[in-house]
Design a protein around this ligand. Structure first.
Ligand code: ZN
Length: 447
């Protein structure tokens, strides 16, 4: 039962009323602390007249105005490089990081202190320990170690646990694979997309991953870590168990992780984050089991207060008791389902990239894919899925794949076209598989 042990047994199994009492104490402290400054977060609180004493129950959190990414960006543009968000003097920082910027937006920049990094690593410890990683493990981190925050916290967490950490920065994919095998890595940290790419490269090199040393893969950086078909594919390609985690640069660390019981979702780290799920249009809370937008309040980072931050992530919250591991922390079933702004309107039908990936990954003969949207005849929306096949002889699966895609998108006709191997982009971080080249969006009669 070793793998079902907890990193922090008291907090991870705390009865709900106690978790909520702890959150209320921490929420009041966070509000009081934010109000000692004059930054953006303090301004929002003052504008709404919120003080620690005005929060009598957790429901009173609704008195606190939402903090949005737009407000953060405006502040950063008005007072570069960090905006009016820091709650400590920049001289006391030890590290600068920024968002990956893969979505083409201006990156958010952050600073952290020594104490913050201790906390950042601690949050990742919940995930590694909860997934069964122990001091004897050798952890290979397949990550570029640049200014994007990525797996930095994971690196320090594994040191803290006492693992041997193998930093895989600035290595080619082939060199990474050779190190994984030669150094006997038992755990690999990677994005889901890059873990698949490593598996493809291993096949090309004649490396038999399931026969190799890797027992666990810790995923982060993309929602795909909780898509069942993607995960099944990863687990069979590697002959290892895969667990999802998710974090944000805005928090500096992860706020959810999948435990060793693999409940098909991720536990929220509820002693350090207060997560709400709201209707993105109305801002009102939605009940358990309903898809909504995550709103996060962080209790841990000392450099940046973060209260009710609108993440844009879509999640479905279910009670922690749905998992057999004994944690009382609630679960985001299926992890992060994508983003509020991911959805594409095609000929009047809503298309979610995640739904397409969930179908495509049922076909292991597809090495890589891309969703391509374009305007036909100057007016009509078209959508096609371009696929690279492991073997050109596998083309016979394409009509079936097209049928399955149509079923998953209310009958929308989606063409599936094979392209030459090596023509679609490969990703190490945050894959971007949707190419929207439409000149007119969302028009054209349903076909
Ligand atoms: Zn669990």
């Amino acid at each position: 039962m070793d793998e079902y042990e907890y990193w922090h047994p008291l907090h991870e199994t705390m009865p709900r009323p106690q978790i909520e009492a702890l959150q209320l104490v921490k929420l009041r402290a966070a509000v009081g602390w934010a109000l000692t400054g004059n930054g953006l977060q303090a301004e929002l609180l003052r504008s709404a007249g919120v003080t620690p004493n005005s929060l009598e129950s957790l429901a009173d959190i609704s008195k606190i105005p939402f903090l949005t990414r737009d407000a953060w960006m405006e502040s950063q543009c008005a007072a570069p490089p960090y905006g009016d968000l820091l709650a400590a003097p920049p001289e006391s920082a030890i590290r600068h990081h920024l968002t990956s910027g893969t979505t083409g937006r201006t990156p958010i920049r952050v600073l952290d202190s020594m104490k913050d990094w201790e906390w950042i690593a601690e949050m990742w410890c919940y995930a590694f320990w909860g997934f069964g990683v122990r001091p004897a493990d050798r952890v290979f981190v397949a990550f570029g170690y640049g200014s994007f925050i990525g797996f930095w916290g994971a690196h320090y967490a594994c040191e803290k646990i006492g693992c041997l950490v193998l930093p895989g920065g600035s290595l080619t994919t082939e060199m990474r694979l050779r190190q994984i095998v030669e150094l006997g890595a038992t755990v690999v940290c990677s994005t889901p997309t890059y873990a698949l790419r490593l598996a493809q490269e291993a096949r090309r090199l004649g490396i038999d991953l399931p026969a190799g040393p890797v027992e666990r893969i810790v995923l982060s950086g993309e929602p795909a870590g909780s898509i069942p078909a993607t995960k099944r594919l990863l687990e069979s390609e590697w002959g290892a168990k895969a667990a999802d985690t998710a974090g944000m640069t805005e928090l500096g660390t992860i706020m959810m992780f999948e435990c060793a019981a693999q409940p098909g979702g991720t536990h929220v780290i509820e002693d350090h984050f207060l997560e709400e799920v709201i209707d993105p249009d109305t801002g009102s809370p939605v009940p358990y089991g309903t898809l909504g937008e995550r709103v996060v309040t962080s209790f841990g980072r000392g450099f940046i207060p973060l209260l009710r931050y609108r993440t844009g992530d879509l999640v479905t919250r279910v009670p922690g008791s749905d998992c057999s591991c004994g944690r009382t922390w609630d679960i985001y079933h299926g992890g992060i389902h994508g983003r509020v702004d991911d959805m594409k309107l095609v000929r009047g039908t809503n298309v979610y990239p995640r739904a397409i990936e969930a179908i495509v990954r049922e076909y292991p003969v597809v090495d890589e894919f891309q969703v391509h949207l374009y305007t036909a005849e100057g007016i009509r929306d078209e959508i096609e899925v371009l696929v690279e096949l492991t073997d050109p002889g596998d083309r016979k699966v394409l009509p079936e794949l097209a049928t399955e895609l149509a079923k998953a998108t209310e009958g929308l006709r989606i063409d599936v076209r094979a392209v030459e191997p090596g023509t679609l982009p490969r990703f190490e971080l945050k894959a971007r598989r949707v190419r929207d080249e439409r000149t007119v969006i969302g028009t054209g009669a349903p076909l």
